[in-house]
Write a protein that binds this ligand. Structure first.
Ligand code: FDA
Length: 305
């Protein structure tokens, strides 16, 4: 049953009609539990609260799978506005973005143009930018663009997903770029041709890539809500004498909030991924797919009042 629901929400997450509808009508159905609001001031308020609790942030100007050049340019402007707000309000925050929002499905030159504008603003304001990883179909192109941009800019990182068979090879091929990587399990619906169907294999592969990347000496963001992965990382860094400056934990806004605070109290660097903006639909559907309990929460929000 859980698998059916997961597939159903992942299927819905890519529906362009609902995406457009959601943009028009603002945050609904309890999405505010996972999305900080629709505007930059909403996001700034949330970041301030998290920073005051000792947490760093990566802010995500929501947007994905857009199909016009004008929307891609608008999304890039949105990212620049977020970067400027981080600098203006002296926030402890990085920026995360998706290449499909920059025009990946339109043309690579449009993405490069938008990314160079964003990375220029980020460099000027000393803000680090992470390129989120999307579905398998776009993984190769995302890594190619990341490598190209990494040759031009220092303050850029990306994400690898442990559910993909290709990931161990990818992490090795990225080694020469000394990349700052966020390591995750993966959030999209993928076929068994390209991704491990069993959770146990996905978990084992996450441990494997955490070890490879840390032992290669590169900065590692372990982005998970899974205690087993967190405990694995803590033990690994202790056994291998890896400094707390070489890694951080990351979690999503609104998920396992108490655990986030505990990690800060234990002295670990904790970064919260804070999405905001009116393109919240796909992000929200993927969070529902991850955990059926969230669906009950949404139904309560819709029908419970
Ligand atoms: P897992 O799904 O095994 O969950 C472990 C436990 O965590 C659960 O038992 C539950 O207690 C809790 N939990 C997990 N998800 C929850 C939820 N939605 N609500 C409530 N509790 C939940 N993916 C991707 O493909 N590309 C990307 O760029 C990113 N970026 C990213 C950034 C950050 C900061 C995080 C934390 C995650 C991502 N992800 C991502 C998502 C990631 O791939 C994955 O889908 C989720 O993190 C869920 O996997 P976990 O590792 O948390 O473990």
């Amino acid at each position: 049953m859980e698998k059916v629901m997961r597939n159903f929400f992942l299927f819905l997450s890519k529906n362009r009609f609902f995406t457009k509808l959601a943009k028009k009508y603002g945050l609904r159905f309890g999405a505010g539990k996972f999305v900080a609001g629709v505007s930059v001031p909403d996001a700034v308020r949330t970041i301030r609260i998290l920073n005051d609790q000792g947490m760093a942030v990566t802010i995500d100007h929501l947007g994905e799978f857009i199909d016009s050049e004008a929307e891609a340019r608008e999304a890039a402007e949105g990212c620049i506005a977020a970067i400027e707000a981080i600098a203006e309000y002296h926030l402890d925050s990085q920026l995360s973005l998706k290449l499909t929002s920059m025009g990946l499905d339109i043309s690579e030159s449009l993405v490069m143009e938008n990314m160079r504008k964003i990375l220029g603003a980020a460099e000027k304001n000393d803000v680090f930018v992470t390129i989120d990883m999307e579905d398998y179909e776009r993984c190769g192109r995302t890594l190619k663009i990341f490598k190209q941009l990494r040759e031009e800019y220092d303050h850029i990182g990306t994400v690898l997903q442990s559910y993909l068979y290709r990931t161990v090879e990818d992490i090795e091929s990225l080694d020469e770029y000394s990349p700052n990587l966020r390591l995750v399990k993966g959030a999209y619906k993928e076929s068994a041709k390209v991704a491990f169907p069993d959770k146990k294999d996905v978990d084992d592969n996450l441990k494997k890539i955490i070890r490879i990347h840390l032992m290669n000496g590169h900065y590692t963001a372990v982005a998970t809500h899974d205690d087993e992965m967190i405990e694995y990382t803590k033990k690994l860094v202790e056994d291998e004498g890896i400094s707390k400056d070489q890694f951080e934990f990351q979690m999503l806004y609104g998920i396992r909030v108490e655990r986030q605070k505990e990690l800060v109290e234990e002295g670990y660097k904790m970064r919260v991924y804070v999405p905001y903006g009116n393109d919240w639909y796909g992000y929200f559907m993927r969070r529902l797919a991850e955990r059926p309990a969230n669906v009950a929460f949404v139904l309560k929000g819709v029908f419970g009042r």
